[in-house]
Structure formats: C-alpha cells, structure tokens
Design a protein around this ligand. Structure first.
Ligand code: ZN
Length: 235
C-alpha cells in the first residue's frame, strides 16, 4: 500500500514537471509542443509580412483595402468566422483584392485546456466561411491570444494546417487613443528580414489613426528597401 502511494506520488510529480516544462516551452512564438510554428518568413531578401487579426470590421478593413490598393501591397488577414458572417461583403472584398485569408477561430476563445472537438469545430466552421469567399484552401491558423497549449498542435496536425505566430507585435497598438506615429515607429524600428508583424483590423475604433499608422509603416519600410508579401510567399 505504501509502495503504491510512493509510485503514484512520483507519477503525479513527473506529470506535473513535464506539463509545466511543455507549457513554458510553448509560450514563446518560436516554439510549440509537437509542431514548429511559422514565426517569420524564411528568406534572405528584405521581405516583410503584415498580418491583420480579428476582422473583418466595418470601418478599419475597407479603409485598409483602399490603402493597400493605392500602395500596391498584399497582406494576410486572420479572420474570425463570426465577423465573416457579420460582414460578408467586406470579407469577400479582402479575398477579391488578392489578400490571403487565414483562420483565427470562430469567436476568439482561449484554446488552452479546450477539448479536441471544441477546437476542431472552431477551425472547421471558420474554414467553411473562408472557403465560401472563394479561397480554395485554408492552410494557416493563428490561435487567439497566441495560446497554443496543449491540444491545439495535435488538432492542427490532424487537419494538415500550419500554426502561425509572428515576429513582432507593436505594444502601442493596444494603447488608447491609438497613436499612428508611435505604432509606425515601433514597427519600422523592429522589422527585420522576414518579419511577420501582428496588427489588428478587428476593431472599429480610431479608424483614421489606424490607417495612418499602416500608411506610415508602408512608406517607412519601402524607404528601407522592404517588399510586402503574403504568408504563402515562396522564394
Ligand atoms: Zn485575435
């Protein structure tokens, strides 16, 4: 009886240690349990990928599309299924203008400790909506809050999908009121070869400052010799 208790205690302790270790390992954008996240574009050219999460929205997304048309820039949009349902015409316009659409779940839940069937539902429901825009395949998935512990990698593997994180997430974009110059300065200063930049078009607030920040980023990075690519860019 005493022996069994000792074995059970050792077993539980080991499970806890392994659990904490994998959690710590999975926290950074460069690592995930079981699979390698895409956190930058593999390139030796001056390329940068602008990515936009949580959209489409009623004001930021259309303004962004106009801007991209004027500057001839292509980007990647990680959409929420529920927002595609809310603004189907705007979501269509994103796809029709040559941008790549990725999956960011249906309604932005924290996926930590969720069951495989819950996660699979979130992904599949949104895939169907993205495919209804005309995009044949949905390969890229970016988890809400970048939380990718611990069931998600198994589900993504079984669905043949790529897990996407990123290289840089400008802190100023979370400060209200949104300051275009601050966000742009942070991004321009921190962009490196192959950077994947986190940005958000899912809100309707500060639309003018938001679009201005993206225009400043485009101008500033073009001056430094950068080209803008979608995540599916291949050298
Ligand atoms: Zn998000």
């Amino acid at each position: 009886m005493k022996k069994t208790l000792i074995f059970v205690s050792i077993g539980l302790t080991l499970t806890l240690i392994v659990g904490i270790a994998t959690f710590q390992y999975s926290r950074s954008w460069q690592n995930a349990f079981l699979i390698n996240p895409i956190y930058k574009i593999a390139t030796d050219e001056k390329l940068v990928a602008l990515t936009f999460d949580d959209g489409p929205s009623q004001t930021r997304t259309p303004a962004l599309l106009d801007l991209f048309n004027r500057h001839n820039v292509k980007a990647t949009f990680f959409m929420l299924g529920e927002n595609i349902e809310k603004y189907p015409d705007i979501a269509h316009a994103v796809y029709n203008q040559g941008h790549l659409v990725g999956n960011h779940s249906y309604n932005h839940p924290r996926l930590i400790l969720k069951s495989p069937s819950f996660i699979r539902d979130q992904i599949k429901k949104t895939d169907l909506l993205i495919e209804s825009l005309g995009q044949k395949e949905v390969i890229y998935f970016r988890p809400p809050y970048s939380s990718k512990y611990i069931v998600l990698p198994f589900v993504l593997q079984s669905l043949n999908k790529e897990l996407v994180t990123g290289t840089y997430d400008p802190p100023s974009q979370y400060i209200s009121p949104y300051n275009a110059q601050n966000v742009a300065n942070e991004v321009i200063k921190s962009t490196k070869q192959g950077s994947i930049i986190y940005l958000h078009d899912g809100k309707d607030t500060d639309q003018e400052q938001f679009v201005e920040s993206i225009e400043l980023i485009i101008i500033g990075l073009k001056e430094k010799g950068y080209k803008f690519v979608r995540l599916d860019y291949e050298n």
